[in-house]
Structures are given as C-alpha cells and as structure tokens.
Design a protein around this ligand. Structure first.
Ligand SMILES: [Zn+2]
Length: 298
C-alpha cells in the first residue's frame, strides 16, 4: 500500500514534462511513511498506558500475558506482527490485530500527508493532527474516553503550530477552536433539553454507571474539547467540512448499528471516531467534499 502510494507520488510530472522519480519530495514521502509506521507503534503505547496514568517512556513494552519484555526485533511495526503470526514469541498469547492496524493506518496517513504537503513545514501540523486523531479513534472506541492530553493538549498544539510559516495564523486557529467548541456545546445543550422533554435517558456504558449525566446530551465533554482541537488545526472552512462529514458518518453508522447490530436508541455510540475521520477527510479531501455537499444542497 505504502509502495503504491509512493509510486502515485512519483507519477508527478516534473517541470520539463518528464517523470522524475528521485526528488526531495518523493524521498521525503518514503521516510514519512516509515516514520508514520513507528509513530503508530508509539501511539499503541500511548493508547494503552496514558488512560491508566502510566509513563509512556518506561518501562519498555512487555507482553501482558507473560510479562516478558518485547525485544526490538519483535517490535518492528507491522512486520513483527506478521512474522510472529500475531502471537507472543514467549507465551504464544494472541496479539490484537488492533496494533498492526494502528501502525499501518498511521503509516498510510503520514504518507498521504507527505504527498499533500511535500517536503515543507505544514507536514508537521498534518502529522500531529493525524497522530492525535488515531489516538481518539482507539481510546473512544475501546474505552469511551477522549484524553484531555489529546483534545485540550491538541488544541494548544494546533494553535502553536498555526504560527509556522504557511500555517493558519494564531488568530484564525484560536477563533476556530473556540467556535468549534461552542458549536458542540450548543448541540449538547439543545440535545439534553430535547431528550429530557421526551423523557429519553441514555444508558451509560459499562464502567461509567456513576457518570450517567455525562451521556445525557448526545455529545460528551470530550467531544466538545475535541471540536476545539480540530478547529485549531483545520481553520474555519475545513472544520465545517470535517464536522459535516462527522455528522453524516455518525448518522449512517448509528442507523446501520440499530438495523443490523441490534443497538437500541438509548445506547450511546462514541462520536469521537466520527469527528476524527471527518477531520482526516477534511484534511485530505476538503475541496472535493465541499463540492459534494454543495451538490447535495442543490
Ligand atoms: Zn507473552
């Protein structure tokens, strides 16, 4: 996949109208993809340890089954999983396929980012946003958590990165962050009034029984903070595209889960993953998506 994407990148016609395979952007794209694979591996550690309040640097990763430290040779993104056939070398405990998928997805998204930005500073913003969104998808799907380090920390990072040459500028970034959070806050307020009126109570997911109130507004506080983060990175136009995509994806998936998955109306579905996917779509396909929306609206 990475190779295909890279080849796609190399198919850009140079100024003389000839294909020029070895140039700085293409070399950069290959390294960005490899870098993304290893960042994905690091994000696996983040997803596992940060919610538990553990350090992400020490101790070194160990098998949760037998506790044996994972050797560097067994810690190569995607490759080691395939060579070990998804099992611990020591105790043969099954390794979740989530790990190589996280690595692969991060690698592919970093490759796409490099193809978009070329060898330039905006790549940093792309890469940071992608890494944050990958963590959101994992933690929200698995544990109904969007870490403050990711949402609030991400918003701050987005605002600071907007200062880079070619960036949004601090004011645009800051205003979009605040507007994004306010928009989601309004949705939460509106939804909780509506649901109260209709006497619909959302069941808190397992492990969150004592935080039931958090789930009574469609959007959680994590989603509101995440909206600020996405706004800070994307700026107004792309943020609108990202949120719109998130709501469409959420509606489609929610409907599908009720029809095929036997989900009830009052079972909460984490919304963070839809926002994360929406943000990634807006990042890479903002303009074509905008045209699709315009056509939908007539
Ligand atoms: Zn083991």
């Amino acid at each position: 996949m990475l190779i295909i994407l890279t080849l796609y990148g190399t198919a850009q016609v140079s100024h003389e109208g000839r294909y020029c395979i070895i140039n700085i952007d293409n070399i950069f794209t290959v390294f960005a993809g490899l870098f993304g694979l290893s960042i994905g591996s690091f994000l696996n550690v983040v997803v596992w340890r940060v919610p538990l309040g553990r350090s992400i640097v020490s101790p070194p990763s160990a098998c949760p089954g037998c506790g044996k430290e994972i050797e560097p040779v067994d810690n190569i993104p995607v490759v080691s999983y395939l060579l070990l056939r998804g099992k611990c070398r020591n105790c043969s405990m099954k390794i979740s396929v989530k790990y190589p998928i996280t690595e692969l997805v991060t690698g592919i998204l970093f490759t796409l980012a490099a193809l978009h930005t070329g060898y330039s500073l905006p790549f940093i913003s792309y890469a940071v946003l992608i890494a944050l969104m990958v963590v959101v998808v994992r933690t929200d799907l698995e544990q109904f958590i969007i870490l403050d380090e990711v949402s609030v920390g991400g918003a701050v990072a987005g605002i600071l990165l907007a200062l880079l040459p070619g960036g949004l500028g601090i004011l645009t970034s800051l205003i979009t962050a605040v507007a994004g959070a306010l928009f989601f806050l309004l949705i939460r307020a509106g939804a909780s009034i509506y649901l109260k009126k209709k006497n619909i109570r959302t069941e808190a997911p397992e492990g969150f029984e004592d935080e039931e109130e958090e789930f009574q507004g469609g959007m959680g506080w994590g989603d509101i903070k995440l909206a600020a983060c996405i706004g800070a990175f994307l700026g107004p136009a792309s943020t609108v595209i990202a949120f719109f995509a998130a709501f469409i994806l959420g509606a489609i998936s929610g409907g599908a889960m009720m029809v095929f998955g036997g989900k009830k109306r009052n079972t909460p579905i984490p919304f963070g993953p839809f926002m994360a996917v929406g943000a990634a779509l807006a990042l890479f396909y903002g303009e074509p998506l905008w045209n699709v929306y315009m056509n939908l609206l007539g």
